[in-house]
Design a protein around this ligand. Structure first.
Ligand SMILES: C[S@@+](CC[C@H](N)C(=O)[O-])C[C@H]1O[C@@H](n2cnc3c(N)ncnc32)[C@H](O)[C@@H]1O
Length: 238
């Protein structure tokens, strides 16, 4: 079996996994971003926050995006602590954040034991202009490792910036989907044949990149709608 998908809560599933059973973690958690007030945090959904009003698709919403900064720090620290335990020594972590959540994400990964190594911007060529200021054209993958970088196992020299457009039309399966080209680039930080874990699988983009580049995949996804999409995409990719 080159892939496994657990349908359920990330923390509950991770807690049941054995120590050092994966080679890397690449994940895109619910950002819990852009909610300065209680009304927005509790009233707005992920779709309300991250999908523009003129979007044509009717893709499902997802839960888990209503935490304030302290709540998100606690939640992400618990998740990344379990991810650290289940990753072998030297293994890399990539965790996505938008500009607002870079500080809390770097706090969480370090509190969880990871050694923070850098930030890899994902540039989105098509981004809304911002009147009076700068276009927010990037999201970020924070890069960390469990202990020293294992360059002997995977002697790559990777770019420090990736540019790729969000999937469109029938290729768009999730409201915050990451592009396949982006994920296929990022996954090179994992040695070929390695097992990649994504505890917030969404539509399975990390898994598709893993399978199409000769790696293995373990995913967790709480939404049954999105777990179904992930299974479809992984079956096609394997
Ligand atoms: C930002 S999206 C990931 C999108 C993914 N990178 C893709 O390209 O399709 C985050 C996902 O985490 C899932 N999620 C939220 N809370 C969760 C939890 N406690 N356990 C597992 N999955 C969860 C959501 O349902 C959502 O699909």
């Amino acid at each position: 079996m080159t892939w496994t998908l657990h349908e359920g809560d990330a923390l509950s599933v991770l807690t049941e996994m054995p120590d050092a059973c994966v080679d890397a973690v690449i994940t895109d958690p619910p950002y819990n971003s852009g909610a300065p007030t209680m009304a927005v945090r509790t009233g707005d959904t992920a779709r309300g926050k991250y999908v523009s009003g003129d979007a044509k698709h009717t893709l499902p919403d997802f839960d888990g995006d209503q935490r304030d900064q302290r709540g998100y720090l606690a939640f992400l620290t618990m998740i990344l602590t379990q991810c650290y335990r289940v990753t072998r020594r030297g293994g890399p972590l990539l965790v996505f954040a938008d500009f607002r959540q870079v500080p809390v994400t770097s706090d969480a990964l370090q509190a969880a034991g990871w050694t923070w190594r850098g930030i890899v911007p994902w540039h989105k060529p098509i981004a809304r202009p911002a009147k009076g200021g700068f276009k927010r054209a990037c999201e970020y993958a924070l890069w960390a490792t469990k202990g020293p970088v294992d360059a002997t196992r995977n002697p790559v020299y990777l770019p420090g910036l990736y540019s790729a457009s969000q999937p469109r039309g029938t290729n768009r399966r999730h409201i915050t989907q990451k592009p396949d080209e982006l994920m296929a680039g990022l996954i090179e930080v994992v040695a070929p044949g390695g097992i990649v874990l994504d505890p917030f699988a969404g539509s399975g983009s990390t898994g598709v990149a893993a399978l199409t580049t000769g790696r293995k995949f373990v995913g967790i996804e709480i939404s049954s709608d999105y777990a179904t999409v992930t299974r479809e995409r992984l079956t096609l990719a394997s």
